[in-house]
Design a binder for this molecule. Structure first.
Ligand code: ZN
Ligand code: ZN
Ligand code: FE
Length: 752
């Protein structure tokens, strides 16, 4: 009888792959064995040829939802001796390459159990199995084993142990397995005192939500704030207490049907929502279905489905959708312990639904949008981190410290890049501490000692300063990577490119090589080097950082640059303010110059009267995008390219003329977007490289990206963008690591 060896590579550990193989072998009456190996799973099977091919097909087609297969190598062998199929102990390699699975959304089978009054896990909020449950947020170290998880303090009861040890059971080696008898339990804390416990706590929490109260929930990767999404008063109260005036909230719905009644949803979007990653997905809203303050003036809504049994039970109990937002104050990291939560969220939440299963690291909800050319990640955390990305690298580990906002850390180690979960901003001390902890955590987790460090070129970023301290402490070389170079590098890392490419890196701001603030860059990137082919003409930002939250100041800077006066701004700047801004521009004091397209968006948004003030970064630009979406092709506003520098004055002139003529705002917004797409084409022609990378926060704008893609492809260029990592600063650490990797590779070849 034929015998086959299969070497399966990918994420196949901690996701129920071996029991799956075991069940398949039994189904097809095959003998042999399966075992974990450092690089994946190894299988030997023996039996009739037809059965072997059926097994081989089922291995791919029926694999557990959380398994990611990279390759299956097969080899024909001579006969074996076994009479049955078994799961062998893990093979110990000299060099173990650990793989950490991301947290997995609750599976259908577990959902069925908690809904079944006859099941011993009926209404048990910590139910999980090898297909689902906490992973990254619960694992302390590797190898992945219960004693090194947050479940170490919960010895298995007899019944759970039997399931855990039975290869035919769905809970075979499910490390976080638990039941009401041996697992964690809920508590409801009000005014610092425990009110009720277990299922009563859950029912009481639901009751509070029904009455418009704000609940802090100890979720999977951190605390969340929940409130009734159908009560305007309740949502308003959350906004007031959280000091979050306008930034949209995500909403958790019971099922796809409920989402369909509020949003447009495609089959692909439905698939992503119900996948083990279960992110917050941005969908197009239908008119007038939710209370206005959930996502004010926003045609899109972030939706998600219950991704743990705890969320499932709560949503079933309350019978209405819930606003679901990270449990943090302003830009600080999420609370993960009860103490942190009581301290930080005490003035926001009316009650705390907590439990005794520890959260070992904060893992926020991921935020994704499905576009026609693939997903766009806004925040990469739960369900995605720390999935490794394959890269060709055999040298010493590389550690990259990332940016200042939407911070992440990347570690490159033998053939893979691991990008940490989204850590948030580094403005606060707590944010910086989280960055330090994540660096230590990632190094310990993957057993790596870095040989090379990379960071941003900005001298004042907290991430740069940490990189400098690490470089001094471990006596390591430190590569400072220009911000926009790193943006392009992130996309090159995702697609394995070494250039030459033209990279259009457009964002809010980044430290430029000449000491000015960059943000509208056309860079030719090749190997580890870049050349600044061009950029947006610079203009002054009166008040510097204040302009970020005040699009009127951006507009003032733009007008001043073109006409030397603030004529045309009258309706958006108050008199006294206008006087101060004018003085700043005249003297050039406290008015740094920038080539930022993010700020150009802000300026245009203010000039069109869309956003005079921004409640959060990107709001003005988003308003412009939403307006432009409603309009059709009316011809592009002209930008003039002189020696690579894009002059906005013809664009501004045409726009002001349209404004005087009373053209609808949407039409002007549309013409502006089209103008930028033409500008991209002009730069692409000038560079003459076939691959064009679109990156930086501005390209999260769906209309801008699709207009650029259409125009570039018509002209014969190939468009490359980020689909697995964020295009915003969340991708910077990956880009830095890529530049460092390519530079180290070239150095060792003697070409550097
Ligand atoms: Zn499950
Ligand atoms: Zn148990
Ligand atoms: Fe950036």
């Amino acid at each position: 009888m034929p015998r086959l060896r299969l070497q399966v590579r990918g994420v196949v550990q901690g996701v129920g792959f071996r029991p799956f193989v075991y069940r398949l072998a039994h189904r097809f009456s095959l003998t042999g064995w399966v075992r974990n190996r450092p690089e994946g799973v190894e299988i030997e099977i023996q039996g009739e040829t037809g059965r072997i091919s059926a097994f081989r097909a089922a291995l791919e087609n029926e694999r557990p939802a959380a398994a990611h297969l990279i390759s299956i190598e097969t080899e024909l062998l001579s006969d074996g001796q076994e009479r049955s199929f078994s799961i062998l102990d893990s093979a110990l390699g000299s060099e173990v390459r650990p793989s950490v699975p991301p947290d997995l959304a609750v599976c259908l089978e577990c959902e069925r159990e908690i809904a079944d009054p006859g099941d011993r896990r009926y209404r048990y909020p910590f139910t999980n199995c090898t297909h689902c449950g906490p992973r990254y947020s619960l694992i302390a170290g590797l190898p992945y084993d219960r004693s090194r998880t947050g479940m170490a303090g919960f010895p298995l009861c007899e019944k759970c142990r039997r399931e855990y040890e039975d290869p035919l059971n769905r809970r075979f080696h499910a490390e976080p397995v638990a039941c009401p008898e041996c697992g964690p339990h809920l508590r409801l804390v009000i005014d610092g005192r425990v009110g009720s416990e277990g299922d009563t706590a859950l029912r009481e929490a639901a009751h509070l939500l029904d009455h418009g109260r704000i609940l802090a929930l100890q979720g999977l990767g951190g605390f969340q704030l929940l409130v009734d999404a159908t009560s305007e008063a309740a949502v308003q109260r959350l906004r007031q207490r959280k000091h979050r005036e306008e930034k949209p909230f995500a909403v958790m719905f019971r099922d796809l049907g409920e989402i369909r009644s509020v949003c447009e949803i495609s089959p692909k979007e439905a698939e992503l929502l119900t996948s083990p990653a279960a992110p917050i997905l941005l969908l197009q809203r239908k008119a007038g279905e939710l209370v206005p303050s959930v996502a004010p003036e926003n045609p899109r809504l972030g939706v998600l489905l219950p991704y743990t049994p705890l969320h499932r039970l709560l949503l079933d109990q309350v019978q209405h959708p819930l606003v679901c937002t990270s449990g943090n104050i302003s830009e600080e990291p999420m609370a993960i312990t009860e103490t942190e939560a009581l301290e930080q969220l005490g003035s926001i939440a009316d009650a705390f639904l907590v439990h005794d299963r520890p959260i070992l690291r904060p893992v926020d909800d991921s935020v994704v949008r499905m576009d026609s050319d693939g997903p766009t990640l806004f925040r990469r955390a739960r369900g995605y981190a720390p999935l490794a990305h394959p890269v060709k690298w055999e040298g010493p580990p590389i550690l990259a410290l990332g940016s200042h906002q939407k911070s992440t850390v990347t570690l490159v180690k033998e053939g893979e890049a691991v990008v940490s979960q989204h850590l948030g901003d580094l403005q606060s001390l707590a944010g910086v501490r989280l960055l330090e902890r994540t660096v230590e955590d990632l190094l310990a987790f993957l057993g790596a000692t870095p040989g090379l460090l990379a960071c941003d070129a900005h001298p004042d970023y907290a991430s740069t300063r940490l990189a400098e301290r690490l470089a001094a402490r471990f006596d390591l070389p430190l590569l400072r990577v220009q911000h926009h170079h790193a943006h392009v590098g992130a996309v090159m890392a995702e697609h394995g490119l070494e250039g030459p490419v033209l990279g259009l890196a457009w964002d809010g701001s980044g430290w430029g090589s000449d000491g000015t603030v960059w943000g509208g860059e056309a860079l030719v990137v090749e190997g580890s080097q870049f050349q600044r082919l061009g950029h947006l003409r610079t203009f002054a930002l009166p008040g510097g950082d204040r302009a970020v939250k005040d699009p009127r100041r951006c507009a003032a800077g733009l007008l001043w640059e073109v006409q030397g006066s603030l004529d045309g701004i009258s309706d958006c700047l108050e008199l006294q303010e206008r006087y101060l801004v004018e003085r700043a521009l005249e003297r050039g004091l406290q008015a740094p110059r920038t080539s930022s397209i993010g700020r150009l968006f802000d300026a245009v948004s203010a000039l069109l009267g869309l956003r005079l003030e921004a409640g959060f970064e990107g709001q003005a630009a988003m308003a412009l995008e939403f307006q432009a979406q409603e309009s059709c092709d009316l011809g592009a506003y002209p930008f003039e390219l002189k020696d690579g520098v894009a002059d906005f004055s013809p664009m501004l002139e045409a726009l002001l003329q349209d404004r005087r003529r009373g053209l609808p705002v949407g039409d002007m917004a549309r013409r502006y977007h089209q103008g930028l797409a033409e500008l991209v084409v002009a730069w692409a022609r000038m560079a003459g490289h076939s691959q064009v990378v679109l990156c930086g926060g501005c390209f999260q704008n769906r209309l801008l990206t699709s207009l650029c893609r259409q125009r570039l492809e018509t002209e014969g260029f190939q468009v490359v963008r980020a689909t697995k990592f964020p295009s915003n600063d969340g991708g910077i650490s990956l880009g830095q690591a890529w530049v460092a990797l390519v530079s180290a590779k070239l150095k060792s070849l003697g070409n550097y």
